[in-house]
Design a binder for this molecule. Structure first.
Ligand SMILES: Cc1cc2nc3c(=O)[nH]c(=O)nc-3n(C[C@H](O)[C@H](O)[C@H](O)COP(=O)(O)OP(=O)(O)OC[C@H]3O[C@@H](n4cnc5c(N)ncnc54)[C@H](O)[C@@H]3O)c2cc1C
Length: 390
């Protein structure tokens, strides 16, 4: 039986998948999109969270498109808050997809095989579809990373921050939040506000706050690009990934390091003022003791808690994507687990593109944020609309 065919399959319907699909549709490409729209934001981020990225950096796709966050706000009964609440951003994503990409197919992609000059995409219910090109926009949820000290502990004692959409379940319990980035700081604030007894434990010697320098007016525009990834001035370079990739590798690495320093948005500061914070300490062991969790710190101190919430980030790796057939995956040239991509975000396998966090190595740190979706989707749409796949 022959299976249906399209030009491009987009795997994933988060901000990157949505932006790529919208740009491809605009360019007249026959595209099919698979995945549950905005599911990572809805199911793997805590209710009550706010976006760290400012308004101008939170448009899906181009900020002057018909489907910008501004346009969404104009269609709401009242002005939205700043910073943007998670619930509003999820609603914006749904609004975007209803208008820009109405035909999303929510089925999971379970395997992608190479064919002669294209790909065969297998869906969870057994259907298959042929295409010339695949855009992998599957996000970072499968790359959640936890310290080895917590391996083997049951989920009721230790869990990754991405396992929770409702931190209210920890009311009245003692929780150690591990990590020093936005997710750790905001989780600590939300846990505290939800009645948990919280201690934030991080390796960095002190808390780092982001957002002191002005973002508005002429000075703000001189210091920061609207995409707002990285510190003053660096932000303007990071916003141009097709330029960054032409810089010497050492300069690229420097930009990435500067852009991805862990820290929390300044507006979180008052919300954690009553939370116990332990800086400059590493957890060396985590063991179950009488149904609780005993944590050993590298200064010899111990803590007993009911739960450790590991806001310890993500380690993307193309080999962790179980839905890419192993032999096809082996053909993807990689560096430290990241696919090596050309300026069209195409890997060493012609027609196989990666966007979002996995594009970081070749396209710079902007790919880890929603604001990078505009340039990524423009590049892919421009390429796919004129270049037939190999
Ligand atoms: C707590 C937290 C807060 C964050 N806050 C911000 C912020 O304020 N601003 C910002 O810019 N970034 C923020 N980020 C980063 C943010 O996650 C990324 O910028 C964004 O989600 C990337 O979008 P994406 O489309 O690549 O991935 P995702 O949003 O993760 O979307 C992936 C999509 O792929 C689908 N999918 C996965 N596998 C399959 C499959 N096999 N078949 C079909 N579909 C599949 C999923 O269902 C989903 O629809 C935050 C991240 C975290 C963890």
């Amino acid at each position: 039986m022959s299976s249906p065919k399209c030009d491009v399959v987009v795997v994933g319907a988060g901000p990157y998948g949505l932006a790529a699909a919208a740009a491809l549709l605009d360019a007249g490409v026959f595209v099919r999109v698979f995945g549950a729209p905005m599911s990572f934001w809805q199911d793997h981020m805590p209710r009550g969270m706010f976006l760290r990225s400012p308004w101008a950096a939170s448009h899906i796709g181009h900020p002057r498109s018909r489907f910008s966050l501004d346009e969404f706000e104009r269609n709401q009964p009242s002005r939205l808050s700043r910073p943007v609440p998670l619930a509003d951003f999820v609603a914006y994503g749904q609004w975007f997809r209803e208008r820009a990409v109405p035909d999303i197919d929510q089925r999971q992609v379970i395997r992608i095989d190479p064919t002669d000059g294209g790909f065969r995409v297998h869906l969870a219910d057994g259907d298959t579809i042929h295409c010339d090109r695949v855009v992998v926009a599957a996000g970072i949820s499968s790359f959640a990373s936890s310290p080895a000290e917590f391996a083997g502990l049951p989920a009721e004692l230790a869990s990754h921050s991405s396992d929770h959409a409702d931190l209210g379940r920890f009311r009245g319990r003692r929780v150690a939040v591990v990590g020093g980035g936005q997710s750790a700081l905001e989780s600590a604030a939300l846990l505290f506000e939800n009645g948990a007894e919280v201690e934030l434990i991080m390796r960095t010697p002190q808390l780092h706050w982001v957002g002191r320098a002005p973002r508005r007016g002429l000075v703000g525009r001189l210091l920061f690009d609207r995409t707002d990834v990285g510190p003053a001035f660096v932000s303007h370079v990071v916003a141009r990934p097709t330029l960054v990739r032409r810089l010497p590798v050492r300069t690229q690495r420097y930009m990435t390091r500067r852009a991805l320093v862990a820290g929390g948005a300044l507006w979180l500061r008052p919300r954690i003022s009553d939370v116990t914070v332990t800086t400059g300490r590493r957890i060396t062991a985590a063991t179950r003791v009488n149904g609780h969790l005993a944590l050993a710190l590298d200064d010899g101190a111990m803590r007993e808690v009911d739960h450790a919430l590991l806001a310890t980030g993500y380690r993307p790796g193309v080999r962790k994507l179980a839905f890419i057939e192993p032999q096809l995956r082996d053909r993807v040239r990689e560096h430290n687990g990241f696919p090596v991509l050309n300026r069209w975000l195409e890997s060493s396998v012609p027609g196989l593109h990666f966007v979002g966090g996995l594009a970081d190595h070749s396209y710079g740190p902007i790919c880890r944020f929603v604001s990078g979706a505009a340039v990524a989707s423009r590049q892919i749409a421009e390429y796919a609309s004129r270049a037939p796949a190999a």
